[in-house]
Ligand binder design. Structure first.
Ligand SMILES: C[S@@+](CC[C@H](N)C(=O)[O-])C[C@H]1O[C@@H](n2cnc3c(N)ncnc32)[C@H](O)[C@@H]1O
Length: 290
């Protein structure tokens, strides 16, 4: 495991250089939080068992979500997938990481065993942008879908800020994603977020027909790096972006292929640079479908 972490670090793939804002209330919450208990077997914490949220409860909250107006197409009939109970992802070791956004302490269960189980630098840049522009973006009650949500920090922050969020990713990370979402939004989020599987480019019109699924925002953080799904990623972004949809894509730029993707992104979307963090090479773009 040490090898994987070293590899990620050496490729600058795991360096959270964008510092989250820490408000006074978060500092205080952090001080009051009981320190996680290490079990001595390589990082597993026991505090996840102590928070009263057993794995079986994680899926149940979705069915009691009463947010959203009647007749809203996104809320009409929850698909079987959206009601699915995801089995907690079975990593050998976990850590608990603390973040502070929207005045709240957010506790994330992370594991270095999967790219989709750690919070990446662009996620923090996007969270920071969301909390600083909540009113301007009209996030309250906005319909949001996040692609490649990973452990879920961006979706959690969007939920806390009042949005109706669907967090998506590959099947193997959904258990941990759902755990983090439920744990951090059960109190204080107007709408309980949903989790669903979305493999980029996979039967998009069947899974998320454009006539039935409209999103005000599509969020994506650090979904562009060295992988072979860049074509299907762009196709997914294009599919989800309808007239009126705003795509907010934050990414740490590491490789020439990241810039090549940006060129292709610009061909599909009217693109605006919203924020830039030169020290971490994280950029945040707004994309509106051409
Ligand atoms: C680098 S991680 C970023 C996670 C999170 N957005 C963040 O910034 O912390 C990339 C995410 O994309 C997901 N992903 C990679 N390939 C994918 C694919 N073909 N379809 C759907 N999700 C994919 C991974 O599972 C992972 O959660």
């Amino acid at each position: 495991m040490r090898d994987l972490k070293d590899t990620l670090k050496s490729q600058s793939l795991l360096l959270p250089e964008v510092e989250p804002l820490t408000s006074w209330s978060c500092k205080r919450a952090l001080e009051e939080e009981e320190a996680p208990v290490m079990d001595g077997s390589g990082g597993q914490t026991t505090s996840s068992k102590d928070d009263g949220l057993e794995a079986k409860e994680v899926g149940a909250f979705q069915e009691s979500d009463s947010g959203g107006p009647p007749g809203d197409v996104n809320r009409a009939e929850p698909s079987p997938q959206s009601l699915q109970q995801f089995v907690p992802t079975d990593y050998a070791s976990y850590t608990q990481e603390h973040y502070c956004f929207a005045g709240r302490q957010i506790v994330m269960q992370e594991s270095i065993e999967s790219f989709g189980a750690v919070v990446w630098p662009a996620a923090m840049a996007l969270c920071q942008y969301l909390e600083e522009h909540t009113e301007e973006l009209k996030l309250r009650d906005a319909k949001i879908l996040e692609i490649g949500a990973g452990p879920g920090l961006v979706s959690i922050v969007a939920s806390i800020l009042g949005a109706r969020v669907t967090a998506t990713d590959l099947p193997d990370v959904l258990g941990n994603l759902q755990y983090n979402l439920a744990r951090n939004t059960r109190a204080g989020a107007a709408h309980a977020p949903e989790v669903r599987e979305l493999v980029w480019g996979d039967q998009l019109e069947r899974q998320l027909p454009r006539a039935a699924f409209y999103y005000d925002y599509v969020l994506a953080s650090d979904v562009v790096y060295h992988h072979h799904a860049l074509d299907t990623l762009l196709a997914t972004m294009a599919h989800l972006a309808q007239p009126g949809t705003v795509l907010l894509w934050a990414n740490k730029f590491r490789f020439s292929t990241d810039y090549e993707f940006l060129d292709r992104f610009r061909q599909v979307f009217h693109t605006t640079l919203l924020a830039e963090h030169p020290e971490s090479t994280v950029k945040l773009f707004k994309g509106v479908r051409k």
